[in-house]
Design a protein around this ligand. Structure first.
Ligand SMILES: Cc1cc2nc3c(=O)[nH]c(=O)nc-3n(C[C@H](O)[C@H](O)[C@H](O)COP(=O)(O)O)c2cc1C
Length: 276
């Protein structure tokens, strides 16, 4: 166990510097070398990450499914809307909100059953996401590249079935993991003034929205247009003239598709024991 009280300021400085560097070096990686990553290394990092993550009630309501088999990754790739890195990266880690194991334990011990409700779903999902992000940083600290797969939320049922998840266990996010074959530029973030609020929520004025989204609009627009003539043609076809329009267009986060997938999610939560 690390006893922080025995450390001097230099130790804390060194740790903070290493952490700052690690975070500054973060990039989502979408191209990977054709080079294996030792399963034991991934498992060790995951184990360390669980120890390094807070966990609600220390219940550890999480499971991680590590998939490396090319045939399985090919099926997962399809479910992740064909995103090629699912096939290219040697590992896909699917982080599941899992109260199944704990319920099984409770049942075996004759305790009152619980954790089959919407609140437990959130508790377990938060545990899974917290673990995923700790693991992401830990994997990056070893020079590995990662990319989250948000498509997990849109194909939750199919991914759960492919990975044979029991009731009360559903995937909430995935990471592809491998040795990077690209070094992309750092992506921008909204400025601190846009999202750090002092004491209470400060609603932005229209002028503040203009100011705080200006850089995002400029850089985002440039980045999407730089993807090539096919993208420009699609944007023109959809009548997109600025970044905000792009985000909720059928080409990106289509609200109609989101509503459909949200309805499917509600049905799945009910079916798998997280909703009445
Ligand atoms: C929950 C989550 C889901 C994501 N899903 C995808 C995805 O499906 N495909 C993808 O290419 N990137 C995905 N990303 C990566 C984001 O696009 C990326 O984090 C963002 O553009 C910022 O870039 P950076 O991570 O390189 O700083 C996801 C990120 C998060 C946190």
């Amino acid at each position: 166990m690390t006893d922080r009280s025995a450390e001097g300021p230099a130790d804390a400085d060194a740790r903070a510097t290493a952490m700052s560097r690690l975070m500054a070096a973060h990039r989502s990686i979408r191209a990977f070398q054709d080079r294996p990553v030792d399963a034991a290394l991934v498992d060790r990092v995951l184990e360390e990450a669980l120890h390094g993550s807070s966990s609600s009630g220390n219940l550890n309501l999480v499971s991680v499914i590590r998939s490396g088999d090319p045939a399985r990754r090919a099926r997962l790739c399809e479910l992740h809307f064909g995103q090629p890195m699912v096939l290219q990266a040697p590992w896909v880690l699917t982080f599941c909100a899992d109260t199944f194991r704990t319920r099984q334990w409770l049942a075996q011990r004759g305790a009152r059953l619980g954790f089959a409700d919407l609140l437990s779903w959130h508790v377990a999902a938060f545990d899974a996401i917290i673990l995923a992000q700790t693991a992401a940083l830990a994997l990056e600290s070893r020079g590995l590249g990662i990319c989250y797969m948000g498509t997990t939320l849109h194909r939750m049922r199919e991914i759960a079935d492919e990975l044979q998840c029991p009731p009360n266990c559903l995937p909430v996010t995935s990471l592809v993991v491998g040795w990077p074959a690209e070094a992309p530029a750092q992506r921008d973030r909204l400025p601190a003034a846009a999202w750090i609020h002092e004491e209470v929520y400060r609603r932005p004025t229209p002028a503040q929205i203009d100011e705080r989204f200006a850089e995002r609009e400029r850089r985002g627009w440039e980045r999407y247009r730089a993807l090539g003539p096919e993208m420009i043609r699609r944007m023109d076809e959809l009548g997109i003239t600025h970044l905000a329009q792009y985000y909720t267009s059928p080409a990106k986060y289509d609200p109609d598709r989101f509503r459909e997938d949200a309805d499917a999610l509600r049905a799945l939560l009910a079916e798998r024991g997280f909703l009445p």
